[in-house]
Design a protein around this ligand. Structure first.
Ligand code: NAP
Ligand code: FE
Length: 361
């Protein structure tokens, strides 16, 4: 048995926002545009959005206070601006951080949340329409019903079917301006999502073609994209792989790999993609005895061995020598055990297995 639900209208291509921006007409009367400090401008996406909104005579305000791994305070400040300005839809422009923040602002404002009630998905009864304009190729947030917000040192995801973007514009040219590290780390995040489509109790054979194609694209194109940042074809391939990753986790959710990554970001400042990348080999080895058919199928498609793949990860710099102490490992293991993503592990992962992975980093 399987099910598939993805209500987002995806618009993909060069200059897609200018070509299909008229679709914004049906979303509302006034937009709150949510961005980080630079990416919306550097990528060119903000200028395009403003041009389209002006042409459609849709009023807007900009909230540009979103930092990487957005925190609860920035979400509430955005929701206050949303209500004060009378905005009735949100447009997130940037990487996963601003787009996730736009999703969170939408539900905080619509449900009048005062604190972090959104972590319980049953509390989310309403959402203002959410538009995603991504400038990274990684999180897949353009096609997921999730957002990730940090509250008091604890980074955690939440979601509701109401949080699927109503409309997502994907233009690979917006990713040309990503620094190399962001290109690499976001691609590794997309790779994590694709792999977690296998490492999930909700894994769904319908999605396997997306998983194998997405993994093959990242494995074969990432280094070329890094060498030639303005090559449209490579950027297009990576953006499609990221979209596939989002479509996959929208159904299967993320699992252990993301749970382990969150405390590495919060306490050691590893980017989200890198936090997933440094545990990728360990997680694959943990699951391999139980999921060998699925994992072998993947490597048949890649035409390489698991060892070749691990060497490739090493070459990309997905390794650390964090030498985590016991106090951190205990604290992180507590958080990981309680995280939402753990519920969907395809096998029961024991506390000492999680601690063992952390001790190897
Ligand atoms: P990000 O945190 O949005 O951005 C990382 C950095 O790259 C920022 O400094 C950003 O600048 C910059 N940047 C982004 N696009 C750029 C561009 N085109 N040109 C130049 N600079 C650019 O990175 P991300 O990896 O896309 O998002 C990570 C967040 O998404 C994490 O919080 C993660 O947990 C979450 N996530 C969500 C989902 C989901 O389903 N919702 C899935 C996985 C991960 P600015 O600061 O100026 O924006
Ligand atoms: Fe992710």
């Amino acid at each position: 048995m399987f099910s598939y639900h993805m209500p987002t209208n995806i618009q993909f291509g060069k200059q897609i926002l200018l070509k299909q921006g008229h679709l914004l007409k049906s979303q509302g009367k006034k937009a709150l545009i949510v961005t980080g400090a630079n990416s919306a401008k550097k990528s060119g996406a903000l200028d395009d959005a403003r041009q389209v909104l002006k042409k459609l005579a849709i009023d807007y305000e900009i909230y540009s206070e979103i930092k990487e791994n957005p925190d609860l305070e920035s979400i509430h400040n955005g929701a206050v601006q949303m209500k004060k300005s009378g905005s009735d839809f949100v447009i997130g422009i940037g990487g996963g951080s601003p787009v996730d923040a736009a999703k969170a602002i939408s539900v905080v404002a619509a449900n009048d949340f005062q604190n972090d009630e959104f972590y319980q998905s049953g509390n989310i009864k309403k959402a203002h329409p959410i538009i995603s304009i991504t400038t990274t190729s990684g999180t897949g947030t353009e096609a997921t019903p999730y957002s990730v917000v940090t509250n008091c040192d604890k980074k955690a995801g939440f979601g509701s079917p109401l949080m699927f973007p109503t409309l997502s514009f994907l233009d690979p040219t917006y990713t040309f301006s990503m620094p190399d590290k962001v290109t690499r780390d976001t691609a590794i995040d997309a790779l994590s999502h694709l792999l977690e489509g296998i490492y999930s109790a909700k894994r769904c054979p319908l999605l396997y073609p997306l998983i194998t194609t997405g993994v093959r694209v990242i494995y074969s194109v990432l280094e070329e994209a890094l060498a030639e940042p303005e090559n449209f074809e490579h950027r297009k391939q990576l953006m499609i792989a990221s979209l596939y990753g989002g479509m996959v986790i929208a159904q299967s959710s993320t699992t252990l790999q993301h749970s382990i990554g969150y405390p590495l970001t919060t306490f050691y400042g590893l980017s989200h993609g890198m936090a997933n990348g440094v545990v990728m080999k360990h997680i694959m080895e943990l699951y391999y005895p139980y999921l060998n058919d699925e994992i072998d199928m993947l490597f048949t498609h890649l035409n390489c061995s698991r060892n070749d793949f691990y060497k490739w990860l090493d070459k990309l710099g997905m390794k650390t020598s964090l030498k985590l102490d016991k106090e951190f490992i205990d604290k992180a293991t507590d958080q990981i055990e309680k995280s939402r993503n753990m519920a969907l592990n395809p096998l029961q992962v024991k506390r000492d297995q999680v601690a063992h992975i952390l001790a190897q980093l």
